[in-house]
Write a protein that binds this ligand. Sequence first.
Ligand code: XMP
Length: 315
Amino acid sequence: MFKPERFIEETVSKLRKEIKGKAIIAFSGGVDSTVAAALTNKAIGDRLTAVHVDTGYMRKNESREVKDLMDEMGLNYRFIDAKEEYYKALEKIEDPEEKRRIIGEKFIRIFERIAEEEKVEYLIQGTIAPDWIESGDQLRDTIKSHHNVGGLPEYMKLKLVEPLRDLYKDEVRKIARILKLPVAERQPFPGPGLAIRVIGAATREKTEIVREACAIVEEEIDRAVKNNEMTYPWQYFAVLLPIRTVGVHGDKRAYGYTIAIRAVESIDAMTCNYSHIPHNVLDRISTRITNELGDRVNRIVYDITNKPPGTVEWE
Ligand code: XMP
């Protein structure tokens, strides 16, 4: 039986012994990196630097909330606003793998620069068991190349420390609850962020649309769960399709984009079934998106694909 209190105590004391110099962690505000940062911070305090990069592809208010969380946790951190740089690099890139490559590469460059400035020797990662079990058989990477800092160049010679390596997601969530971290129940969010939820070129304009649509999906599902209309799906979000269709807005012809709603049930994200969201909840989502995004979006569709053959994200 997993005993979270004992795990916390033992891990903190192990980290204290193992980490002799300064360490760095990429802090996304997700459950894994937040728990890994909290444990390491308990062990070595200010010798840990957390790095958050606002790529411009974070969800609504997310980077601000991550900053508040790092303050609340008393972390020593660097907050990098790289929005302009990312939008510029990606404005004409349509291929999903090319998008992932550019996003990952830029992230590594920023991270490298800070590691050098801070003179760190250790890299902390929130890797959990399914991450390395899955990459062991190469299944995920052949489908799409997941972005995380695992791709840091060899020459950096950072010593890798992975305090959550033997844990499963539900165990990490238990630790987050004990440490009173407000991220314990968060749904997974991909490293490349909203850039892979805009199909084709993730321009600033399209990203703003999908950011708003994702926020509406989250708000309406939160509300429906609180009203006992449904339980939380494993993941739920919006995708912007590059397809424009004819509609009517007010009494004028509109020619706007299409938003797809995606919600899935899963245990480990390796396979999943689409969620059967009640129609009245879908109805509220559809009405709000088309009202609040004006004539930019005039069609909403619901993705009813399981994985396989679909993946969770569309790119
Ligand atoms: P797919 O789309 O491969 O997604 O069925 C499975 C799970 O992984 C998330 N995902 C990512 N997570 N970096 C991440 O850290 C990525 O590049 C990435 N791509 C997909 C996805 O949201 C789902 O939870």
